[in-house]
Design a protein around this ligand. Structure first.
Ligand code: ADP
Ligand code: C5P
Length: 244
């Protein structure tokens, strides 16, 4: 579409004030599948764009004293473990061009108010990452692109053991108990069924450089369309009416 013609079309459609929305990418997959690694690689390749990463972990509910006392019985892999309303509220504010404070979750104390919150400014690209980020349809609807990181269960378990014992200071027996009691069943019941919503499934996570290059190329193409919309704000109206 020639810029001149776009101008004519937008003028003829009237000066409607359409707000530019960020491009939202969802990245789901099992725990330790490589979601964060994939997101970091995408962000690195999109270095010239304003990109922010919002992690679903930031929206874990704080535990009550009772739950803390019996933390080994708490299911952190169930959809109810997350404050999805708060996540939706933060996303709504970012879409309205307002900065938000996102909690920094502490896996050691199981609390979201130990560390200072992170100030997140509105950006061109928002990456939403988490095990159950495709679970709630209202969150899915915010996404322009959905990626599922598909890594074998044994690889995920091996990485989890290493990460939870080394980084989170947990006992290996407790890690294995949590895995068989909660992590594996929740993967089968809640995470795997959301794979069907993905536009792209990446086998082998961060090792799959070809998939990541293709995804970055696609995001750049889409961002180019967003740039056009910056010049011609009413292009959103045109896009919904005509195929460009
Ligand atoms: P997730 O965000 O899905 O939990 P991460 O990207 O944080 O997964 O990876 C989990 C762990 O596995 C981390 O310790 C990370 O360093 C390691 N890891 C991730 N991808 C690879 C890979 N391709 N090869 C080796 N280790 C990896
Ligand atoms: O970063 P990742 O996607 O792996 O984080 C999700 C995992 O973190 C879940 O499998 C959950 O069991 C685990 N978790 C935990 N302790 C917490 C909160 C989450 O082990 N306090």
């Amino acid at each position: 579409l020639e810029p001149r013609n776009a101008e004519k079309l937008t003028t003829s459609l009237g000066a409607q004030n359409v707000h530019k929305q960020p491009f939202v990418i969802g990245v789901a997959g099992g725990a330790a599948s490589g979601k964060t690694t994939v997101c970091d690689m995408i962000i690195q390749q999109l270095h010239d764009q304003r990109v922010v990463l919002v992690n679903q972990d930031s929206f874990y509910h704080n535990l009550t004293e009772e739950e803390l006392a019996r933390v080994h019985e708490y299911n952190f892999d169930h959809p109810d473990a997350f404050d999805t309303e708060k996540l939706l509220d933060s996303m709504e504010n970012l879409r309205l061009d307002r900065a938000v404070d996102i909690p920094n979750y502490d896996f050691r104390s199981y609390k979201n108010n130990v560390f200072a919150a992170r100030r997140v400014n509105p950006s061109d690209v928002i990456i939403l990452e988490g095990i159950l980020i495709f679970h709630d349809p209202r969150v899915r609807e915010l996404m322009n692109m959905k990626i599922f990181v598909d890594t074998d269960a044994d690889v995920r378990l091996a990485r989890r053991i290493k990460r939870d014992t080394v980084e989170k200071g947990r006992d290996i027996g407790a890690v294995l108990d949590q895995y068989s009691k909660f992590v594996k069943p929740a993967f089968d019941d809640f995470i795997l069924p959301t794979k069907k919503y993905a536009d792209i499934i990446i086998p082998r996570g961060g090792d799959n450089h070809v998939a990541i290059d293709l995804i970055v190329q696609h995001i750049r193409t889409k961002l180019g369309q967003h740039e056009l919309c910056k010049i011609y704000p009413n292009l959103y109206v045109i896009q919904s009416t005509f195929q460009i």
